[in-house]
Design a protein around this ligand. Sequence first.
Ligand code: M6R
Length: 357
Amino acid sequence: EKGTYPHFMLKEIDEQPFVMRKIIQEYQDENDDIKLEEDVRQAMAACDRVYIIAAGTSYHAGLIGKEFLEKIAQVPTEVHIASEFSYNMPLLSEKPLFVFISQSGETADLRSVLVETKQLGHPALTMTNVPGSTLSRESDYTLHLHAGPEIAVASTKAYTAQMAVLAILAVDTARAKGLTLEFDPLKELGIVGNAMEALCDQKEEFDQIARDYLSTTRNCFFIGRGLDYFVGLEGALKLKEISYIQAEGFAGGELKHGTIALIEDGTPVIALATQEHVDGSIRSNVQEVVARGANACVISPEHLTREGDAFSIPTVHPLLAPLVSVLPMQLISYYAALHRDCDVDKPRNLAKSVTVE
Ligand code: M6R
Protein backbone atom coordinates (compact mmCIF):
# COMPACT_ATOMS: atom_id res chain seq x y z
CA GLU A 1 0.00 0.00 0.00
CA LYS A 2 3.02 2.27 -0.01
CA GLY A 3 2.69 2.46 -3.78
CA THR A 4 5.77 4.13 -5.21
CA TYR A 5 6.82 5.55 -1.86
CA PRO A 6 9.88 4.15 -0.09
CA HIS A 7 8.23 4.69 3.31
CA PHE A 8 4.77 5.16 4.77
CA MET A 9 5.99 8.25 6.58
CA LEU A 10 6.80 10.04 3.33
CA LYS A 11 3.49 8.98 1.81
CA GLU A 12 1.61 10.22 4.86
CA ILE A 13 3.45 13.56 4.83
CA ASP A 14 2.45 13.96 1.19
CA GLU A 15 -1.17 13.13 1.94
CA GLN A 16 -1.62 16.16 4.19
CA PRO A 17 -2.99 18.52 1.51
CA PHE A 18 -5.65 15.91 0.66
CA VAL A 19 -6.48 15.42 4.33
CA MET A 20 -7.12 19.17 4.62
CA ARG A 21 -9.48 19.00 1.65
CA LYS A 22 -11.23 15.97 3.08
CA ILE A 23 -11.72 17.69 6.45
CA ILE A 24 -13.14 20.79 4.73
CA GLN A 25 -15.54 18.58 2.79
CA GLU A 26 -16.62 16.59 5.87
CA TYR A 27 -17.10 19.60 8.12
CA GLN A 28 -18.90 21.86 5.63
CA ASP A 29 -22.65 22.04 5.10
CA GLU A 30 -24.49 23.01 1.90
CA ASN A 31 -24.31 26.71 2.84
CA ASP A 32 -20.54 26.49 3.28
CA ASP A 33 -21.00 26.76 7.04
CA ILE A 34 -19.48 24.46 9.64
CA LYS A 35 -21.25 21.12 9.96
CA LEU A 36 -21.02 19.70 13.46
CA GLU A 37 -23.31 17.42 15.41
CA GLU A 38 -25.69 19.38 17.58
CA ASP A 39 -24.80 17.45 20.74
CA VAL A 40 -21.10 18.36 20.33
CA ARG A 41 -22.12 21.99 19.98
CA GLN A 42 -24.23 21.75 23.11
CA ALA A 43 -21.48 20.06 25.09
CA MET A 44 -19.10 22.89 24.15
CA ALA A 45 -21.69 25.50 25.09
CA ALA A 46 -22.48 23.81 28.41
CA CYS A 47 -18.94 23.45 29.75
CA ASP A 48 -17.08 26.07 31.74
CA ARG A 49 -13.63 24.63 30.95
CA VAL A 50 -12.12 22.17 28.50
CA TYR A 51 -9.56 19.63 29.71
CA ILE A 52 -7.57 18.25 26.80
CA ILE A 53 -5.99 14.88 27.57
CA ALA A 54 -3.44 13.34 25.18
CA ALA A 55 0.02 11.83 24.73
CA GLY A 56 3.01 12.41 22.45
CA THR A 57 2.24 14.14 19.19
CA SER A 58 -1.46 14.33 20.06
CA TYR A 59 -0.48 16.23 23.22
CA HIS A 60 1.40 18.68 21.04
CA ALA A 61 -1.74 19.16 18.92
CA GLY A 62 -3.60 19.75 22.20
CA LEU A 63 -1.23 22.61 23.11
CA ILE A 64 -2.16 24.31 19.84
CA GLY A 65 -5.83 23.43 20.45
CA LYS A 66 -5.77 25.34 23.75
CA GLU A 67 -4.63 28.45 21.86
CA PHE A 68 -7.47 28.01 19.37
CA LEU A 69 -10.12 27.46 22.02
CA GLU A 70 -8.97 30.36 24.19
CA LYS A 71 -8.11 32.88 21.45
CA ILE A 72 -10.94 32.11 19.05
CA ALA A 73 -13.75 30.90 21.31
CA GLN A 74 -12.74 32.32 24.72
CA VAL A 75 -13.16 28.91 26.34
CA PRO A 76 -10.72 28.36 29.23
CA THR A 77 -8.70 25.27 28.37
CA GLU A 78 -6.09 23.12 30.06
CA VAL A 79 -3.91 20.54 28.33
CA HIS A 80 -2.65 17.52 30.24
CA ILE A 81 -0.34 14.62 29.50
CA ALA A 82 -2.61 11.62 30.01
CA SER A 83 -0.14 9.56 32.05
CA GLU A 84 0.36 12.45 34.47
CA PHE A 85 -3.28 13.37 34.86
CA SER A 86 -4.31 10.07 36.41
CA TYR A 87 -1.79 10.36 39.22
CA ASN A 88 -1.95 14.07 39.71
CA MET A 89 -5.46 15.28 38.97
CA PRO A 90 -5.79 19.08 39.03
CA LEU A 91 -8.65 20.86 40.75
CA LEU A 92 -11.53 20.57 38.30
CA SER A 93 -14.00 23.29 37.38
CA GLU A 94 -17.75 22.92 38.01
CA LYS A 95 -18.64 21.84 34.49
CA PRO A 96 -15.62 20.34 32.79
CA LEU A 97 -15.64 18.82 29.32
CA PHE A 98 -12.91 16.25 28.71
CA VAL A 99 -11.49 16.20 25.19
CA PHE A 100 -9.38 13.15 24.41
CA ILE A 101 -7.12 13.56 21.38
CA SER A 102 -5.84 10.27 19.98
CA GLN A 103 -4.94 9.18 16.48
CA SER A 104 -5.48 5.50 17.30
CA GLY A 105 -8.20 5.88 19.92
CA GLU A 106 -6.50 3.03 21.78
CA THR A 107 -3.91 4.71 23.99
CA ALA A 108 -4.15 3.14 27.44
CA ASP A 109 -3.00 6.26 29.33
CA LEU A 110 -5.96 8.17 27.88
CA ARG A 111 -8.40 5.36 28.54
CA SER A 112 -7.58 5.29 32.22
CA VAL A 113 -8.34 9.03 32.46
CA LEU A 114 -11.58 8.47 30.53
CA VAL A 115 -12.68 5.72 32.91
CA GLU A 116 -11.85 7.86 35.92
CA THR A 117 -13.58 11.03 34.69
CA LYS A 118 -16.66 9.08 33.55
CA GLN A 119 -16.93 7.73 37.08
CA LEU A 120 -16.96 11.33 38.27
CA GLY A 121 -19.84 11.93 35.83
CA HIS A 122 -18.03 14.26 33.43
CA PRO A 123 -18.78 14.29 29.68
CA ALA A 124 -16.13 13.14 27.21
CA LEU A 125 -15.44 14.01 23.59
CA THR A 126 -12.88 11.98 21.63
CA MET A 127 -11.08 13.29 18.57
CA THR A 128 -9.73 10.31 16.72
CA ASN A 129 -8.78 8.91 13.38
CA VAL A 130 -10.50 5.61 14.22
CA PRO A 131 -14.21 6.15 15.00
CA GLY A 132 -14.79 2.54 16.12
CA SER A 133 -11.88 2.66 18.56
CA THR A 134 -12.11 2.07 22.30
CA LEU A 135 -11.93 5.76 23.26
CA SER A 136 -14.52 6.67 20.67
CA ARG A 137 -16.92 3.96 21.79
CA GLU A 138 -16.58 4.83 25.44
CA SER A 139 -16.93 8.61 25.01
CA ASP A 140 -20.16 10.56 24.74
CA TYR A 141 -19.13 12.29 21.52
CA THR A 142 -16.63 11.69 18.72
CA LEU A 143 -15.06 14.00 16.18
CA HIS A 144 -13.49 12.11 13.27
CA LEU A 145 -10.11 13.28 11.98
CA HIS A 146 -10.58 11.87 8.47
CA ALA A 147 -6.83 11.50 7.94
CA GLY A 148 -7.03 7.96 6.55
CA PRO A 149 -4.96 5.10 8.02
CA GLU A 150 -1.67 6.23 9.53
CA ILE A 151 0.84 3.38 9.42
CA ALA A 152 4.23 4.96 10.15
CA VAL A 153 5.00 5.05 13.87
CA ALA A 154 5.86 8.75 13.56
CA SER A 155 2.59 10.64 13.46
CA THR A 156 2.34 13.28 10.73
CA LYS A 157 -0.99 13.66 8.97
CA ALA A 158 -2.95 12.87 12.14
CA TYR A 159 -1.25 15.82 13.88
CA THR A 160 -2.24 18.33 11.20
CA ALA A 161 -5.74 16.81 11.04
CA GLN A 162 -6.09 17.17 14.82
CA MET A 163 -5.16 20.86 14.63
CA ALA A 164 -7.55 21.43 11.71
CA VAL A 165 -10.49 19.84 13.54
CA LEU A 166 -9.61 21.75 16.73
CA ALA A 167 -9.67 25.01 14.73
CA ILE A 168 -13.08 24.13 13.29
CA LEU A 169 -14.40 23.27 16.76
CA ALA A 170 -13.08 26.55 18.16
CA VAL A 171 -14.64 28.65 15.41
CA ASP A 172 -17.95 26.83 15.68
CA THR A 173 -17.98 27.39 19.44
CA ALA A 174 -17.17 31.05 18.96
CA ARG A 175 -20.02 31.48 16.49
CA ALA A 176 -22.45 29.69 18.79
CA LYS A 177 -21.48 32.18 21.49
CA GLY A 178 -22.19 35.07 19.13
CA LEU A 179 -18.56 36.16 18.90
CA THR A 180 -17.80 37.88 15.61
CA LEU A 181 -14.73 36.64 13.78
CA GLU A 182 -12.85 37.66 10.71
CA PHE A 183 -11.81 34.09 10.32
CA ASP A 184 -13.41 31.53 8.02
CA PRO A 185 -11.65 28.32 9.06
CA LEU A 186 -12.76 26.30 6.06
CA LYS A 187 -11.46 28.89 3.64
CA GLU A 188 -8.24 29.27 5.62
CA LEU A 189 -7.74 25.50 5.74
CA GLY A 190 -7.98 25.48 1.94
CA ILE A 191 -5.10 27.97 1.86
CA VAL A 192 -3.21 25.76 4.33
CA GLY A 193 -3.72 22.75 2.02
CA ASN A 194 -2.18 24.67 -0.89
CA ALA A 195 0.76 25.75 1.26
CA MET A 196 1.34 22.14 2.32
CA GLU A 197 1.33 21.06 -1.30
CA ALA A 198 3.95 23.67 -2.19
CA LEU A 199 6.19 22.36 0.63
CA CYS A 200 5.74 18.74 -0.43
CA ASP A 201 7.06 19.78 -3.84
CA GLN A 202 10.31 21.04 -2.32
CA LYS A 203 11.59 17.84 -0.76
CA GLU A 204 15.15 18.17 -2.11
CA GLU A 205 15.56 21.36 -0.11
CA PHE A 206 14.66 19.61 3.14
CA ASP A 207 16.93 16.74 2.19
CA GLN A 208 19.71 19.30 1.82
CA ILE A 209 18.90 21.00 5.15
CA ALA A 210 19.06 17.60 6.86
CA ARG A 211 22.49 17.02 5.25
CA ASP A 212 23.78 20.47 6.14
CA TYR A 213 22.63 20.58 9.74
CA LEU A 214 22.07 17.05 10.98
CA SER A 215 24.21 14.49 9.21
CA THR A 216 26.83 14.09 11.95
CA THR A 217 25.37 15.87 14.95
CA ARG A 218 24.65 14.17 18.28
CA ASN A 219 22.02 16.69 19.28
CA CYS A 220 19.72 19.41 17.95
CA PHE A 221 17.59 22.13 19.51
CA PHE A 222 14.32 23.63 18.34
CA ILE A 223 13.34 27.09 19.50
CA GLY A 224 10.26 29.23 19.05
CA ARG A 225 7.84 31.42 20.95
CA GLY A 226 4.11 30.89 21.43
CA LEU A 227 2.68 28.58 18.77
CA ASP A 228 6.17 28.14 17.31
CA TYR A 229 7.41 26.79 20.62
CA PHE A 230 4.76 24.08 20.53
CA VAL A 231 5.65 23.16 16.94
CA GLY A 232 9.29 23.04 18.07
CA LEU A 233 8.33 20.44 20.68
CA GLU A 234 6.75 18.38 17.93
CA GLY A 235 9.78 18.88 15.65
CA ALA A 236 12.05 17.61 18.42
CA LEU A 237 9.86 14.56 19.07
CA LYS A 238 9.78 13.72 15.37
CA LEU A 239 13.54 14.01 15.03
CA LYS A 240 14.43 12.00 18.13
CA GLU A 241 11.94 9.23 17.53
CA ILE A 242 13.08 8.37 14.01
CA SER A 243 16.72 9.56 13.75
CA TYR A 244 17.79 8.95 17.40
CA ILE A 245 19.41 12.38 17.48
CA GLN A 246 18.93 13.83 20.93
CA ALA A 247 16.55 16.71 20.29
CA GLU A 248 14.72 19.16 22.55
CA GLY A 249 12.30 22.00 21.97
CA PHE A 250 12.64 25.18 24.02
CA ALA A 251 10.79 28.43 24.44
CA GLY A 252 13.08 31.14 23.03
CA GLY A 253 12.92 33.21 26.20
CA GLU A 254 13.94 30.27 28.40
CA LEU A 255 17.33 29.83 26.72
CA LYS A 256 19.06 32.31 28.98
CA HIS A 257 17.71 30.50 32.04
CA GLY A 258 19.93 27.49 31.51
CA THR A 259 19.61 25.83 28.15
CA ILE A 260 22.01 28.16 26.38
CA ALA A 261 24.81 26.40 28.30
CA LEU A 262 24.31 23.46 25.94
CA ILE A 263 25.16 25.44 22.82
CA GLU A 264 28.59 24.60 21.41
CA ASP A 265 30.38 25.30 18.20
CA GLY A 266 28.27 23.80 15.41
CA THR A 267 25.23 22.81 17.52
CA PRO A 268 22.24 22.82 15.18
CA VAL A 269 19.40 25.09 16.34
CA ILE A 270 16.23 25.05 14.27
CA ALA A 271 14.29 28.25 14.91
CA LEU A 272 10.69 28.79 13.92
CA ALA A 273 9.69 32.41 13.35
CA THR A 274 6.12 32.49 12.05
CA GLN A 275 4.51 34.84 14.58
CA GLU A 276 4.89 38.53 13.81
CA HIS A 277 4.30 39.78 17.37
CA VAL A 278 7.32 37.83 18.67
CA ASP A 279 9.48 38.14 15.58
CA GLY A 280 11.94 40.59 17.16
CA SER A 281 12.33 38.45 20.28
CA ILE A 282 12.90 35.14 18.53
CA ARG A 283 15.37 36.82 16.18
CA SER A 284 17.39 38.03 19.16
CA ASN A 285 17.32 34.49 20.60
CA VAL A 286 18.76 33.29 17.30
CA GLN A 287 21.54 35.88 17.57
CA GLU A 288 22.28 34.74 21.12
CA VAL A 289 22.82 31.13 20.04
CA VAL A 290 24.73 32.11 16.89
CA ALA A 291 27.07 34.21 19.06
CA ARG A 292 27.86 30.98 20.95
CA GLY A 293 28.67 29.08 17.79
CA ALA A 294 25.28 27.51 16.92
CA ASN A 295 24.49 26.50 13.37
CA ALA A 296 21.09 28.23 13.20
CA CYS A 297 18.45 27.21 10.69
CA VAL A 298 15.65 29.80 10.66
CA ILE A 299 12.32 28.89 9.10
CA SER A 300 9.97 31.81 8.51
CA PRO A 301 6.88 32.62 6.44
CA GLU A 302 7.37 34.63 3.27
CA HIS A 303 6.18 37.92 4.77
CA LEU A 304 8.67 37.69 7.65
CA THR A 305 11.64 36.14 5.86
CA ARG A 306 14.98 37.88 6.32
CA GLU A 307 18.30 37.48 4.58
CA GLY A 308 20.12 34.42 5.83
CA ASP A 309 16.99 32.45 6.78
CA ALA A 310 17.31 28.81 5.75
CA PHE A 311 13.81 28.35 4.39
CA SER A 312 10.75 30.39 3.60
CA ILE A 313 7.29 28.82 3.97
CA PRO A 314 4.07 30.17 2.43
CA THR A 315 2.18 32.67 4.56
CA VAL A 316 -1.15 31.49 6.00
CA HIS A 317 -3.40 32.80 8.81
CA PRO A 318 -0.99 33.18 11.77
CA LEU A 319 -3.07 30.95 14.07
CA LEU A 320 -2.89 28.18 11.48
CA ALA A 321 0.85 28.58 10.85
CA PRO A 322 1.60 25.39 12.88
CA LEU A 323 -0.21 23.29 10.28
CA VAL A 324 2.28 24.51 7.69
CA SER A 325 5.48 25.02 9.69
CA VAL A 326 5.41 21.44 10.94
CA LEU A 327 5.92 20.07 7.41
CA PRO A 328 9.56 21.22 7.29
CA MET A 329 10.00 19.56 10.73
CA GLN A 330 8.55 16.29 9.43
CA LEU A 331 10.55 16.31 6.21
CA ILE A 332 13.85 17.33 7.81
CA SER A 333 13.40 14.52 10.38
CA TYR A 334 12.56 12.06 7.64
CA TYR A 335 15.71 12.84 5.64
CA ALA A 336 17.89 12.96 8.76
CA ALA A 337 16.70 9.43 9.63
CA LEU A 338 17.25 8.28 6.07
CA HIS A 339 20.82 9.64 5.97
CA ARG A 340 21.56 7.80 9.19
CA ASP A 341 20.17 4.51 7.88
CA CYS A 342 17.43 4.35 10.48
CA ASP A 343 14.26 2.33 10.11
CA VAL A 344 12.00 5.31 9.36
CA ASP A 345 8.62 3.60 9.62
CA LYS A 346 9.43 1.35 12.57
CA PRO A 347 11.86 3.08 14.90
CA ARG A 348 13.42 0.98 17.65
CA ASN A 349 11.63 0.53 20.99
CA LEU A 350 8.37 2.09 19.76
CA ALA A 351 4.91 0.80 18.86
CA LYS A 352 2.31 2.59 16.75
CA SER A 353 -0.22 2.53 19.50
CA VAL A 354 0.65 2.29 23.14
CA THR A 355 -1.96 0.04 24.69
CA VAL A 356 -0.23 -0.45 28.04
CA GLU A 357 -0.02 2.13 30.82
O1 M6R B 1 -2.72 7.20 18.99
P1 M6R B 1 -2.38 8.36 19.84
O2 M6R B 1 -2.55 9.66 19.16
O3 M6R B 1 -3.12 8.35 21.17
O4 M6R B 1 -0.84 8.17 20.19
C1 M6R B 1 -0.19 9.04 21.08
C2 M6R B 1 1.31 8.88 20.98
O5 M6R B 1 1.70 7.59 21.35
C3 M6R B 1 1.83 9.20 19.57
O6 M6R B 1 1.45 10.46 19.15
C4 M6R B 1 3.36 9.10 19.53
O7 M6R B 1 3.93 10.13 20.29
C5 M6R B 1 3.85 9.13 18.09
N1 M6R B 1 4.74 8.03 17.82
C6 M6R B 1 4.57 10.39 17.74
O8 M6R B 1 5.02 10.42 16.43
